[in-house]
Design a protein. Structure first.
Length: 279
């Protein structure tokens, strides 16, 4: 399905029935990343909406980059207003979590509760140096062969237990190749630049939306201490640590663990959707 807005032509999909959940993908993945391991688990109780952010998948922007996180959040807000019954649940990973945080700050009336995974307050130290290096590499024309891209992103997405399991790796390999082997470097750089520029430190303490922050103990892309900081600063923040999981473990490694946690959080904040309010 397509939603036409002033700034973009947003490609999205919906499934299931019940309270609305908007799934926000990582900066280098299309929205349908959630459709193999997550939305089927939720479709009996929730209506799931997934979409491609500007710079990835089938969505096209009517304006040239840069597209800051605030602009991505504006796209998500238009999608909620046009295709959902707010307030909705937000579930995000990585860049998707930053978009979720921005929606909680600027359009709190649209959000019932947010689950943000693999996230941070701002990029500092190693994670800033690494992401800046990736951006610079792409902007100077750098590209990875499909085989090297597969290996590169596997290290960033999964813990050693996955990479050392030949049977599991064989299953996950095709998924990684689909999303990472061939990537528009310029668009990747634009999405990651938005993440690098984002800082939520001054707004988390005043945020009225419940924010559940999920850290993964083996996440090298966004170490769990970074996620814990988000929960500590948020006015209604709760931190959850999942042991033995990496940044992308929701996809093929331990989806049942991630889904169970998300389902429990959504149930905690369930309301009578006919009233449109929060508990």
């Amino acid at each position: 399905m397509i939603l036409e807005t002033v700034g973009a032509r947003i490609h999205f999909a919906q499934s299931g029935e019940g309270p609305d959940v908007l799934w926000l993908a990582a900066g280098d993945q299309p929205g349908d990343v959630w459709r193999r391991w997550q939305t089927p688990h939720f479709d009996e109780s929730f209506r799931s909406t997934t979409y491609d952010a500007r710079g990835v998948g089938a969505t096209t922007s009517k304006t040239a980059p840069p597209w800051p996180i605030a602009e991505h959040a504006g796209d998500a807000a238009k999608l909620i207003e046009s295709c959902c019954n707010p307030p909705v649940f937000l579930v995000g990973l990585s860049m998707g979590s930053l978009i979720a945080q921005e929606l909680c700050f600027t359009r709190a009336e649209l959000v019932r509760a947010a689950v943000v995974m693999g996230t941070c307050v701002r990029k500092t130290g190693f994670i800033r140096d690494w992401e800046q290096a990736e951006i610079d590499f792409r902007r100077t024309g750098g590209s990875l062969t499909p085989a090297f891209a597969l290996a590169h992103y596997a290290f960033l997405y999964y813990p050693a237990s996955v990479l050392g399991d030949d049977e599991l790796w064989a299953e996950i390999r095709a998924f990684l190749a689909r999303d990472f082997a061939e990537r528009d470097g310029a668009m990747l750089a634009e999405q990651w630049q938005a993440c690098l520029d984002y800082d939520s430190s001054d707004r988390l303490p005043a945020c009225e939306v419940p924010i559940h922050v999920v850290g993964f103990s083996e996440d090298v892309q966004t170490p769990p201490s970074r996620a814990r900081e988000v929960a500590s600063l948020a006015r209604y923040g709760t931190f959850h640590l999942l042991e033995g999981l990496g940044h992308g473990s929701a996809f093929g490694h331990r989806p049942e663990v991630v889904n169970r946690l998300i389902a429990g959080i959504l149930s905690e904040h369930a309301v009578d959707t006919s009233t449109g309010g929060r508990e």
